[in-house]
Design a protein around this ligand. Structure first.
Ligand code: 0L1
Ligand code: MG
Length: 268
């Protein structure tokens, strides 16, 4: 992948790659990372493909409900071999209720992550958005589990490819107890992830860029680079606190958050 952040793909390439990613996402099959064919692809190219993918889903009737910051913890960056966070969009079709049975038949190789989610009460615009701006615009926070599913073979990709694949977004579950952030120390929230009754990961929210609101500010500033903003009412996930844990049919997962309750689901 090129280190430059210029757009190198033609409009035709962007549309072709977005169709390729959409096919892999909607029919749940793995594809080679996009940089195998386009080695000069940049981060800007990745976001151009992601924006076209979003345009296609919205044109097909999906509703944009929010955004997610990804690759925001050292554990995640190390796990995936990248060094810059990313963002992706969330639609109504990705949401699943708490305590539900989540089908894996329509996913390639799902993994789960514990995240602090924010619900916004004011629009936020970058550039220059700060942690304080995010907190001022936050209505409440709640615990969430993101089910990511890279569409790239063997979960092997680089940043440009994973951004084009909408940051591996697949499903998400919000739940637990919604709280006003003023009542909490958002930096030091502990989380324990259990799979089939065993603790498989644990961490504290400071793992997310020092404070989860920093991840939301980063997301708003990336949106500004794309000429967009974060609207009031958005549901925004701030990124996995621990590394992502693989799941398969038969697994049950509980994410227990200090002060925020727990979020449960099972996989079928
Ligand atoms: O949510 C995220 O942290 C995005 C992860 C993208 C890479 C991956 O699939 O693990
Ligand atoms: Mg995530």
């Amino acid at each position: 992948m090129s280190q430059s952040n210029e757009l190198t793909l033609s409009r035709e390439d962007i549309v072709r790659l977005s169709e390729r990613v959409e096919g892999a996402q909607t029919r749940a099959y793995a594809i080679p990372k996009l940089t195998d064919e386009y080695p000069a692809m940049t981060i800007a190219d990745g976001y151009a493909v992601q924006s076209e993918l979003r345009r296609r889903y919205l044109a097909a009737g999906h509703r944009l409900v929010g955004w997610k910051a990804g690759l925001t913890s050292k554990a995640k960056m190390q796990q995936m071999g990248v060094n810059v966070p990313s963002i992706g969009f969330l639609t109504d079709r990705m949401a699943r209720p708490e305590n539900s049975a989540i089908s894996t038949a329509d996913l390639v190789h799902p993994r789960v992550e514990c995240e602090v989610a924010f619900v916004m009460k004011k629009d936020l615009h970058g550039p220059g958005c700060t942690r304080e701006d995010v907190l001022d615009a936050t209505d409440y926070v709640l615990p969430a589990v993101e089910i990511i599913d890279s569409r790239f073979s063997g979960f092997k990709f680089d940043l440009a490819s994973v951004i084009a694949d909408n940051g591996s977004s697949a499903r998400f579950v919000g739940g637990g107890r919604a709280r006003y952030f003023e009542e909490l120390d958002l930096r030091t929230l502990g989380v324990v992830m259990e799979k089939n009754g065993e603790t498989v990961a644990m961490g504290a929210s400071a793992a997310v860029l020092g404070h989860p609101a920093e991840a939301i500010a980063m997301l708003v500033n990336i949106l500004a680079d794309m000429g967009e903003h974060l609207p009031a009412g958005s549901f925004v996930m701030s990124g996995g606190i621990t590394e992502a844990i693989p799941v398969k049919p038969g697994d049950s997962v509980v994410a227990r958050f200090q002060e925020l309750g727990s979020v449960s689901m099972r996989f079928v």
